[in-house]
Design a binder for this molecule. Structure first.
Ligand code: PMV
Length: 321
């Protein structure tokens, strides 16, 4: 028996950056994201005839690279009182390597859904979101399409995402800009932990509720300007706490700053666009349909070999067998 699920990646407009409970991945703040159509993960689970194996994009992974997947599966097997049997997990990331987008949100949402399908666990979307959250916090939001909110809650039962608007009509597009940078990766787990030493960490948490409310209002009012400004501010707050942690760290590379400057120049020219940045050096531009072409042209002339993928709203989890 084989079961397959598909989940799309999401980009947070109000970010999750800080854990209250690391093991259960209960966050210190609520977050809000946009699920993307252009990037997704397909994950299949089947019974193993021998050992447990994890394949990524058709390639069998080393035990070290499979550890997180099977530790997660073991946790779920224990949670549902299932026999700890061996499984073969095959994932394909339809995230163009050019996109520079982390795929843990789609990966663990697809894995949680494939797991429930495989074991005939009748999980509703709230439960699925809680299970995905245990694999990767951002995955809790990828269960849903459109705009979703992960309410922080304060326990495993109360920390899950829900849909704000599954089929938004808003003219909102995201350009994933892959800058040609090679940097040492600081995992989001490590970054979130270290960020707590910043003197601005408390204010960051304190602002969360009002920023979330403002973002919901921007979406309800179909106000692209308010959404873009706030998403940019929120991302910069997250990166400001990294820069003021003890010791400080940053995901920014010189090209990240160049990209920010280019966005400022475009705005000065009347091309409205905003940026958001996650735990890496790449920039995602938020814009409207009419400006996509000009923004891409400007990035292509400013950066050599830049790769740009355009995305808009994607769906929630789906199953194919
Ligand atoms: O859940 P993780 O480990 O993928 O962490 C996500 C962290 C950010 O992408 C920076 C913010 C977010 O809310 O997605």
């Amino acid at each position: 028996m084989t079961k397959t699920a598909r989940a799309h990646t999401n980009i947070a407009l109000i970010k999750y950056w800080g854990k209250k409970d690391a093991a259960l991945r209960i966050p210190l703040m609520s977050s809000l994201s946009m699920t993307l159509d252009a990037f997704y993960t397909d994950t299949t689970i089947e019974k193993a005839t021998g050992s447990s194996d994890f394949y990524l994009n058709g390639k069998k992974q080393t035990p070290a690279n499979s550890k997180r997947v099977f530790a997660y599966i073991k946790k779920l097997q224990q949670r549902f009182d299932l026999k700890e049997e061996n499984l073969v997990v095959k994932s394909t990331n339809h995230v163009p390597t050019s996109a520079g987008l982390a795929s843990s949100s789609s990966a663990f949402a697809a894995l949680a859904a494939a797991f429930c399908a495989f074991y005939n666990i009748n999980a509703d979307k709230t439960q699925l979101s809680r299970l995905a959250r245990i694999g990767s916090g951002s995955a809790s939001r990828s269960i849903f399409g459109g705009f979703s909110i992960w309410q922080k809650g304060d326990s495993d039962e109360t920390s899950y995402a829900y849909v704000l608007d599954e089929h938004p009509q808003m003219d909102l597009h995201l350009l994933a800009i892959e800058l040609d940078t090679k940097q040492k990766k600081i995992s989001s787990t490590r970054g979130m932990k270290d960020a707590q030493s910043s003197p601005f960490f408390k204010p960051w948490i304190a602002r969360n509720e009002s920023e979330l409310k403002q973002m919901i209002a921007a979406i309800k009012n179909d106000d692209f300007t308010a959404l873009g400004k706030l998403a940019e501010l929120n991302a910069n707050e997250m990166h400001a706490i990294n820069l003021t942690a003890q010791p400080e760290f940053t995901y920014f590379e010189p090209d990240t700053i160049r990209a920010i400057k280019l966005i400022e120049t475009l705005r000065d020219k009347g091309i409205e666009c905003y940026y958001t940045i996650d735990a890496g050096p790449n920039i995602k531009v938020l814009c409207q349909l009419r400006n996509i072409k000009e923004i891409i042209e400007n990035f292509e002339s400013e950066f050599n070999n830049v790769k740009i993928v355009s995305a808009s709203f994607g769906p929630g989890v789906t199953y194919s067998d």
